[in-house]
Design a protein around this ligand. Structure first.
Ligand SMILES: [Fe+2]
Length: 247
């Protein structure tokens, strides 16, 4: 093994132990509020309800079939999301060799996202970093669970963060509507072979690792209890879900 392989193995282990770590994104508060209004302008009919996460979702970059990871593109309702596309073209896509699916998770006040793990059993031991940017909702309501069943919340001042889907997490939204911009699957960090991502994450780690939430610090938690079950997970269109609730 050469030095670079050793170095990458070290970093993979470090990143895999991060439940969440703050990230700096090259965006201003004004950019964030423009991106948030771009999402406000999309009609509700394009949103989905996800029974697994118990939250609304909209896919901006991807396709109609969550299992088709090859032919992804900007979906028609994202056509006016100029600011979001700029951020992806200038910052995200150059550091992800495999382009991530891009979704927004939307929760309303009073909604509680159920405790879950964002991956299947075979992915729990793999590097699967996910990038998040909160566009709306000042209170960061996302939390991890520790051995004592306490909720370890992501601090309110984190706008951007790296998260692992392999640790049990949930969300209690008590105050205001929240949009979280998400980049994830099928991108799984390219095994740290993209230098732009590798360099970025090393700089971010230097700055933010002390305030990170580590999976090892959560103690003995049964993260696998929140694994996705494809037989149970269902996605309903806005219309189906709201029709279903009214009937
Ligand atoms: Fe999640």
């Amino acid at each position: 093994m050469n030095d670079m392989t050793n170095q990458k193995d070290f970093w993979k282990k470090e990143l895999m132990d991060l439940a969440a770590m703050q990230l700096d994104f090259p965006v201003t508060d004004s950019d964030i509020s423009i991106m948030s209004s771009e999402i406000d302008d999309i009609p509700n009919e394009h949103w989905y309800w996800c029974t697994f996460r118990e939250s609304y979702l909209i896919c901006l970059y991807g396709n109609e079939d969550v299992n088709n990871k090859k032919d992804m593109y900007w979906l028609p309702w994202a056509k006016d999301c100029t600011k979001i596309k700029e951020l992806c073209d200038s910052f995200i896509f150059p550091m992800t060799d495999v382009r991530p699916r891009i979704i927004i998770i939307r929760t309303m006040p009073g909604m509680k996202m159920r405790l879950h793990t964002d991956c299947y059993a075979d992915q729990m031991e793999k590097l699967e970093p996910k990038l998040r940017l909160v566009l709306k909702g000042r209170d960061n309501t996302l939390f991890y669970v520790n051995e004592q069943q306490e909720h370890i919340h992501i601090p309110n001042d984190w706008r951007g963060y790296l998260m692992s889907g392999a640790a049990l997490h949930g969300m209690d939204n008590e105050t205001e509507e929240k949009y979280t911009l998400c980049w994830g699957d099928p991108w799984t960090g390219d095994d740290l072979n993209n230098d732009r991502f590798f360099d970025y994450i090393k700089i971010q780690y230097e700055k933010h690792n002390e305030s990170a939430i580590r999976i090892s610090s959560l103690g003995n938690v049964d993260h696998a209890s929140g694994i996705k079950n494809p037989n149970v997970e269902k996605i309903y269109s806005w219309e189906e879900w709201h029709g279903h609730k009214n009937s």
